[in-house]
Design a protein around this ligand. Structure first.
Ligand SMILES: Cc1ncc(COP(=O)(O)O)c(C=O)c1O
Length: 412
């Protein structure tokens, strides 16, 4: 008799999963955890989540949801009240007009992105992804057996332009994935350029997935922009992937949503009905109620933004004082993206070597840019205390030297 599963030391992982690489951001976080277990005091600058607690009024609302008995299945697209709250919130906050049939709840921004890609991509389709990119984008594209086509944005200081998109589109292009405010660069695509980018895509029948997970984290004078406000003829080609994770410091609650045309939404809901089904019922309730208390929600977000901004205003000039490091001011999100190419030479061949040196010599853990398609760069998260940031900078100055000491030849 033929054995169905021959005894083997290696698990017969599917090709789809075998082709995925483990998240480089998670790998760095794991390294930090290992060092901590060994008793080292580690400064972890890899974290992609707010260091604030979820606002208490939201936690209270979740408890209220539980007490109301909202512990059963909901519709796969989410509770009606959840969909309505998204519609009303976007109308009041941004002047956007769309209907509940264009909204679907998802288990975080990540699932929103997965749902969007899996329902539009076929094997062999080309997907435009501006570089540097969030690590998950090419992995989802791979999973769909589509091809990632990267658009290099370094010559425009990591700012994606409509011209770059126009030049990259071919007959095979099906989708563009944009993320603004951007992880890892902190860049924000201005509203008029975003509109032009989407116009170029629509002219060419290319769909656009906008990852708006950091939507509310824009530092003045930069402004928040959501593609949900675009007119119907443009929005028809757009799927907005939204998330509560960063906005309300709710990363563990796993809730996000999509805003897309009815057909795309129906397809995503169909897919979701066979996977996660829907995000947790009382979490949907809490989020819906929180959005209805718009002023309170925005006040909570404003407090977090002010704190990130304080850190940013201290951190970026401080980084600029370290020999061999350049860092542009992030316009949004909570990451500093460091150009360390001046440090590369005999001692450090790659930015990963610089990250490793920081880890071994200073117990400062950062994320290598190579995972974001940006070799020569490092990503620092400032979703951590000022004290941690100050210690990290002191340690880096003693490792690499300070421009103020006149030590400008640390290239090694
Ligand atoms: C750019 C970007 N998009 C989406 C997400 C997904 O977040 P979540 O699934 O928690 O909403 C993240 C999380 O780090 C992110 O950085």
């Amino acid at each position: 008799m033929k054995l169905q599963n021959p005894v083997s030391n290696s698990f017969p992982e599917s090709e789809n999963v075998a082709n995925m690489s483990a998240s480089s951001t998670l790998k760095a976080a794991q390294k930090a955890a290992q060092l901590r277990e060994q008793g080292f005091k580690v400064i972890d600058l890899t974290v992609g989540e707010p260091d604030f607690p979820t606002p208490k009024f939201i936690t209270d609302l979740a408890i209220e949801g539980l007490q109301k008995g909202l512990t059963k299945y909901t519709a796969s697209a989410g509770m009606k009240t959840f969909q309505e709250s998204i519609v009303e919130f976007y109308a009041a906050q941004f002047g956007a007009k769309f209907s509940t049939s264009e909204v679907a709840a998802a288990c975080g921004g990540k699932q929103a992105l997965f749902n969007a890609c899996c329902t539009i991509l076929n094997p062999g389709d080309d997907v435009l992804i501006p570089k540097p990119y969030w690590v998950t984008f090419p992995e989802i594209v791979n999973f769909c057996r589509a091809n990632s086509v990267f658009i290099d944005t370094e010559e425009t200081d990591f700012q994606l332009t409509a011209e770059q998109v126009r030049n990259a589109i071919t007959d095979k292009t099906k989708l563009l994935i944009v993320n603004s405010p951007n992880n890892p660069t902190g860049r924000i695509i201005p509203a008029d350029e975003m509109r032009k980018i989407i116009e170029v895509c629509v002219e060419n029948n290319v769909y656009v997935l906008t990852d708006e997970c950091y939507l509310f984290f824009a530092y003045p004078p930069s402004e928040v922009f959501t593609s949900a406000v675009l007119p119907p003829e443009l929005r028809k080609f757009v799927c907005v992937a939204g998330s509560f994770s960063k906005t309300y410091a709710m990363t563990g609650w796993r809730i996000g949503y999509t805003i897309a045309n009815e057909e795309w939404t129906r397809a995503m809901v169909k897919l979701q009905s066979h996977s996660a089904t829907h995000p947790t019922s009382f979490v949907q309730y809490a989020c819906a109620q929180a959005l209805q208390q718009r002023e309170k929600s925005m006040e909570a977000v404003g407090e977090m933004l002010a704190e990130y901004d304080k850190r940013r205003q201290w951190l970026i000039p401080a980084l600029g004082e370290i020999t061999g490091i350049r860092c542009a001011n992030p316009e949004g999100a909570f990451y500093a993206f460091l150009d360390v190419r001046q440090l590369l030479g005999d001692k450090f061949k790659t930015s990963a070597d610089v990250a490793e040196h920081l880890l071994n010599e200073a117990q400062v853990v950062v994320t290598d840019g190579a995972g974001f398609g940006a070799e020569g760069f490092l990503r620092f998260s400032y979703a951590t205390s000022m004290e941690n940031l100050q210690t990290a900078i002191e340690k880096m100055k003693s490792l690499f030297g300070s421009k103020n000491d006149g030590n400008s030849s640390a290239a090694a």
